[in-house]
Design a protein around this ligand. Sequence first.
Ligand code: AVJ
Ligand code: FE
Length: 478
Amino acid sequence: MTGEETIKERVAAGLEVVRRRSLGLTVEVLGAADLTAQHSPLMSPLVWDLAHVGNYEEQWLVRLAAGDAPLRPEIDRLYDAFEHPRAERVALPLLPPEEARGYLAQVRSRVLDSLERVRFTPDRPLLAGGYVYGMVIQHEHQHDETMLATHQLRRGEAVLADPAGEAEAPGLLAAPGPAEVLVPEGPFIMGTDGGTDGGARAGTTGSTGGARGTGGAADAGTGGGADGAPRPADPWSYDNERPAHTVHLPAYWIDACPVTNRAYLEFMEDGGYDRPRWWTPAGRLWRERSGKRAPAFWRREDGRWTRRRFGRTEPLPMDEPVQHVCWYEADAYARWAGKRLPTEAEWEKAARHDPVTGRSLRFPWGDAEPGPEHANLGQRRLRPAPAGAFPAGASPYGCRQLVGDVWEWTATDFTGYPGFRAFPYAEYSEVFFGGGYKVLRGGSWATHPSVARATFRNWDFPVRRQIFAGFRCARDAA
Ligand code: AVJ
Ligand code: FE
């Protein structure tokens, strides 16, 4: 079997898996009223997300990759995220749920028909290594996570089954370990070149020598390590993860685990929300305007804290990483704790730098695809695992749960790496650079493994709390 056939099998399987997930979050669990309703001004109606992923697939795979005639060009504008803000989509003449489902199936059958004849040629960067197919699969998984945030905001009876508590995954229970780890001063390779990463030993500067900005050309063999061996990387990485570049950092300490509900409650009980000294001016403004005094979905009932999760109320699980805090809350907590949020570079070095080889790994535990013993990913459960879980998923420095469980707010504003080139379209990430967004890293329990590599960058406004985000702290090593 050729490499191209292997990639095509991966593509077909990936398309199938993500579609089952999308349907399981929409037409299979909710009726038309719920699917077309606006559950929050922050979110699209679920039926918008559903048809949007189909339209994205039509544009990129049917029209561009296969070169086929458009199916429904007249709906492009309805599902253009820049044309209509989320809060206004409910008023659009959207495809009703069953029509949307039919449209998705029609697009998909065209894609599968054309997959055989489309050549993943290296001279067409969009197709090389199946890049645009990987992009479409990742895009749908990202919208599925967004749809889960809509489910969390939705009022009414629970419709999603939570398998947590049933068969527990290996590594799910907290195992003892240090509270913080020390990352010594020195360089590391941040970001990826897509085909192979790596190889520059710590101490060198500049790019690592893989293809730059080729937009996903799988160029295995060009980026050999110091020992000449090609390094597996992520040919389907997004433009904002590229190019690989060397970053020098002073020594720092970083928390071995995400901050828990228990620790966050201590901050609250110590008057954390009322002490201006912990908050930046913008954070104070957010606090005063919003009136918030606890993470989203927490409630005080009869002297006890509870939280609502997908339509069910439960006692606040103290050992779980805190979720649904905004950047301002994370930043204030860190200052109260005598620490700060890690920069994005500090997060990535703690997550993937191997001090023994000088390489940057794909994942904290190495280059192997995520298994259930490594990380809580892919909506296997509807919640993060307790802090301290997944010792087998620890990074070389001993940090846990960097990938999976909760997105982690970093101190860094979202922008392009040195040498950034938009590919294949500026509206994926470039138009957001400098727009006041903070970078989040690591993925959550709701993030599919295909979007959870250690180079993956997410971003949101510092006021946002509906995403599955928490944080860990860092501090300078004096
Ligand atoms: C990377 C999660 C910020 O949802 O706005 C979906 C992903 N881009 N469709 C978003 C995305 C285009 C994006 N985030
Ligand atoms: Fe989208």
